[in-house]
Ligand binder design. Structure first.
Ligand code: MN
Length: 258
């Protein structure tokens, strides 16, 4: 089994070392990860500057790009054969609910899915990130990788895994939860009197919804959310059917387009 490991915390993050070490019992592991922290870059792809890849130690390749770039380079250029699995993590902090849309960790698994390679993202939820917490999450990721290899993921599906930083109370298959966003912008002044802003910093909450990733992890369980890339809101079709969107008059070519 050939496994490509990446993350968004950077190649020097303890989470990726722990993950790569543990997964190597299943086969050949190559790490292709950003050369620095790229958390919250989402699914961004570098199109307007060159990318450099440097093997900083055997099997560990640092790229000066995003997690998505790393998966792209790994699958299409850096590995001599296509990987059987891409694992992204272990992220320092949870990736649940609406946060998924910002996450570079989750986006790396998304990219692999787009390339037709089975993938999952794994994040450690907690405040302190001790060696043994990463080791526990890495052990679970390895067991899960073996299960995925045996069962084959459903089409266009990848897993978003969140592991609580404690002895987990079971495993739950969950759906994506909802964040509550408040006090997420801090305004300050620099020594020259100019305003500057910090996004985040406040304590973020979540809505208490049964069956969600947040609720599972909050109750001490490992959360596995099967995700797909189709963002279409099918439930809105009925409500929109009465809007008459198809009847909005559009300019013809004769009138000239704006
Ligand atoms: Mn991160």
């Amino acid at each position: 089994m050939k496994i490509l490991v990446t993350n968004d915390d950077g190649i020097l993050s303890p989470g990726i070392t722990s993950l790569a070490r543990c997964l190597s019992v299943l086969g050949h592991v190559t790490v292709v990860a950003p050369d620095r922290e790229r958390s919250a870059v989402g699914h961004s792809l570098t199109l307007h500057s060159p990318l450099r890849a440097e093997e900083i130690r055997p099997g560990f390749i640092a790229v000066d790009g995003t997690p998505t770039d790393c998966v792209h380079l790994g699958i299409h250029g850096l590995l001599d054969t296509r990987p059987d699995l891409v694992v992204s993590g272990i992220n320092k902090g949870g990736n649940m609910g609406d946060d998924i849309t910002y996450s570079g960790t989750v986006a790396a698994a998304m990219e692999a899915t787009l390339m037709g390679v089975p993938a999952f993202a794994v994040s450690l939820v907690g405040d302190s990130f001790r060696e043994e917490d990463f080791a526990g999450a890495a052990d679970f990721a390895t067991r899960l990788a073996a299960v995925i290899a045996k069962n084959k993921l459903p089409p266009d599906t990848f897993f978003n895994v969140n592991v609580p930083a404690c002895v987990p109370r079971g495993v739950c298959i969950t759906r994506q939860g909802k964040r509550t966003y408040e006090d997420v912008l801090i305004e300050k002044r620099d020594p020259r009197g100019r305003k500057y802003y910090w996004i985040g910093g406040g304590e973020l909450g979540f809505q208490d919804i049964e069956g969600t990733d947040f609720n599972a992890v909050h109750s001490g369980a490992i959360s596995i959310t099967p995700l797909h890339l189709d963002l279409t809101n099918y439930r809105s079709f009925e409500a929109l059917s009465v809007w008459g969107l198809e009847t909005i008059q559009t300019k013809t070519f004769e009138e000239g387009a704006d």
